[in-house]
Write a protein that binds this ligand. Structure first.
Ligand SMILES: Cc1ncc(C[n+]2csc(CCOP(=O)(O)OP(=O)(O)O)c2C)c(N)n1
Ligand SMILES: [Mg+2]
Length: 577
């Protein structure tokens, strides 16, 4: 049959279960957009900026079982989208990026949007493809999807030259998609070794990353069997419920909250699942990992990268944990509930909260009070997107997350501007869920125009903007290191104006006394289908455990002479002003 590449691509994307594409049309993909417009299964979503398109697609993949996709123009569309593609790449999030390409049937150079997109995107993707013949369109998209979703997932880029989209060419019928059946080759020897280590440990602990997001039944059963305290990475905040008596918090080293720090002190074996022990997760590599490290991950490249694994087990978290659990159950009697540990965790958590409650927020909104009120307002399955900044670590330490995939956050690529578009992607993918974003004012400025897209689609999302007038995560560290804060004070931002400009409602939360009423109003408006900019007059005068711990950990590692030089500089500036 003779078909255009645009027609073939849309049939293939439909067969892959893609429900949305995000992007902006241009001369190299209007044909694709015309076919997307004809599709009864896919909704092409127009965005204000392709960076947002990629964050939205990332969120679709994180909160649902479908893969987020982009439909963008070459070069400028791809470079704009790159931040979101990079975020997905380092976060192990699948994504299909379909871009137009310049004409391959013309002899001209210096065509519009002509760059080597593949060289540009190579370090940000698992693979890139340039389709040169119509017959390869559907098979290439299927291959791209398999790569994107297998092993450690990630983004895959496909270039469809515009001439293939415009003009029909010979191709086979588009076959139904058959997913790869992953062959399981989990090493039994390693499972046995892990069982030996974990059952011999007197104080085993568990550290869970995003890779454990679909293994809640197994991680819960293991934690209870071993009576092991559980800590998560930042990206993995949602993988284990904060309401569980063995849940301690984010991280477990000097940058962690007291409940995690104390519960993991003296830990003599660690079961780590779906984490790479990356910089943020470990508080700048400040954690002490016991020699008895059992590390489970689908990507063998992560083993012993930063901390040597005694036993490394390659495989899907759910499958490996299932086997481990079965063996442990056979060989190891369930430990008595460690009431003392439960009590210690509960008490530490309670005290940390009290410390925050006791902090004088001087007429502003106390973060702990805000997050408690927000938690009471939101159902357990509500989805919260977070951005990057001080608000991220406040969320990690003070907002109890209760269900897998309900909190999404930029981590290792660490791209500011994520939360607003990610919330929009999440709400499109899960319209039945309540969705909120926690975003710093600096990050908000980067992508807030995307709220116009939320308004267009009548998405009732509450964007909670922590309005402190600073790039606080950086200014706090600058204050400690330099006693000066250059380039981290923001210009005045009128959030009411931003709301008005984008079709959102504006609600102000001025102080603690106004928390409940503001939330009531904001979520009431959102329930009726209008996005809301919730302008939170947040108090940032108390530092998170993470910021304090990470600054200290990094400083301790500096050579002595540099420590002295920096300390003297701060001292001198404090004295002389
Ligand atoms: C794209 C990008 N640029 C710069 C940074 C560095 N950075 C990390 S956190 C942060 C401050 C964010 O400020 P804001 O959004 O106001 O959040 P706050 O820290 O005040 O809560 C900055 C500048 C980054 N992570 N990403
Ligand atoms: Mg700020």
């Amino acid at each position: 049959m003779k078909k255009t590449a645009a027609w073939l691509a849309v049939r293939a994307l439909e067969n892959l279960g893609v429900r949305f594409t995000f992007g902006i049309p241009g001369v190299h993909n209007t044909e694709l957009y015309d076919e997307l417009n004809n599709s009864g299964l896919i909704t092409p979503v127009l965005v204000t900026h392709e960076g947002c398109a990629a964050y939205m697609a990332d969120a679709v993949s994180r909160v649902s079982d479908t893969v987020g996709a982009l439909a963008i123009v070459p070069a400028a569309g791809a470079t704009h989208a790159a931040s979101g593609i990079g975020e997905a790449f380092l976060a192990g999030v699948p994504m299909i990026v379909v871009a137009g390409g310049v004409r391959t049937d013309l002899p001209f150079r210096y065509q519009l949007h002509q760059i080597d997109q593949h060289a540009f995107l190579k370090p940000l993707t698992k693979a890139t493809f340039k389709v040169l013949e119509h017959k390869d369109v559907a098979p290439t998209l299927y291959e791209a999807y398999r790569i994107a979703t297998s092993g450690e997932p990630g983004p895959v880029f496909i270039e469809l030259p515009v001439n293939l989209q415009l003009f029909p060419g010979e191709a086979d019928e588009v076959q139904a998609f058959t997913p790869l059946t992953a062959e399981t080759r989990i090493s039994n020897e390693s499972i046995q070794e892990a069982v030996r280590i974990l059952s011999a440990a007197t104080r085993p602990g568990m550290f869970l990353g995003w890779g454990a997001r679909d293994a809640l039944a197994e991680t819960t059963a293991l934690a209870e069997l071993l009576q092991a305290p559980v800590s998560t990475t930042l990206q993995g905040l949602s993988v284990f419920p904060a309401s569980h008596p063995l849940h301690t918090g984010f991280g477990f080293g000097p940058s962690a909250v007291p409940a995690a720090r104390n519960a993991f002190a003296g830990c003599d074996a660690l079961l780590a699942v779906g984490t790479r022990f990356a910089e943020i997760a470990t508080g700048s590599f400040g954690v002490t990992v016991p020699e008895n490290l059992v590390h489970i991950d689908i990507n063998p490249a992560v083993f012993s990268a930063n901390y040597p694994a005694k036993v490394a087990i390659e495989g899907d978290a759910k499958e490996v944990l299932g086997l481990l659990l079965e063996e442990l159950r056979n060989r190891f009697p369930r430990r008595e509930n460690n009431e003392a540990l439960h009590l210690q965790i509960r008490t530490d958590k309670q005290r940390y909260r009290e410390e925050w409650y006791a902090h004088d927020s001087q007429g502003r909104v106390n973060p702990a009070r805000f997050f408690d009120a927000l938690r009471r307002r939101l159902p357990d399955d509500a989805i919260v997107s977070v951005d990057d900044g001080n608000h991220t670590y406040l969320t990690a330490e003070l907002f109890p997350v209760r269900a897998p995939r309900t909190l999404i956050v930029p981590t290792d690529f660490n791209s500011m501007g994520y939360a607003v578009p990610a919330a929009i992607g999440a709400k499109l993918a899960r319209p039945e869920r309540a969705v909120a974003a926690i975003v710093g004012d600096g990050a908000f400025m980067m992508t807030c125009m995307e709220i116009a897209t939320a308004a267009l689609h009548r998405l009732g999302i509450v964007f909670c903007v922590f309005h402190d007038g600073e790039l606080s995560q950086i200014s706090q560290a600058q204050e400690l290191t330099y006693a000066r804060t250059p380039c981290t004070t923001l210009g005045a931002l009128n959030l009411e104006g931003a709301a008005l400009a984008t079709g959102a409602a504006w609600v102000r939360m001025a102080d603690d006394a106004g928390i409940e009423a503001a939330l009531e109003r904001a979520f009431g408006i959102a329930a009726a289908g209008q996005p809301v900019v919730l302008d939170v007059n947040i108090d940032y005068s108390k530092r998170t455990a993470f910021t304090q711990g990470a600054v200290k950990t990094n400083f301790r590692r500096f050579p002595l002479a540099q420590k002295l030089r920096m300390a003297m500089r701060v001292l001198k500036r404090k004295v002389t002003g």
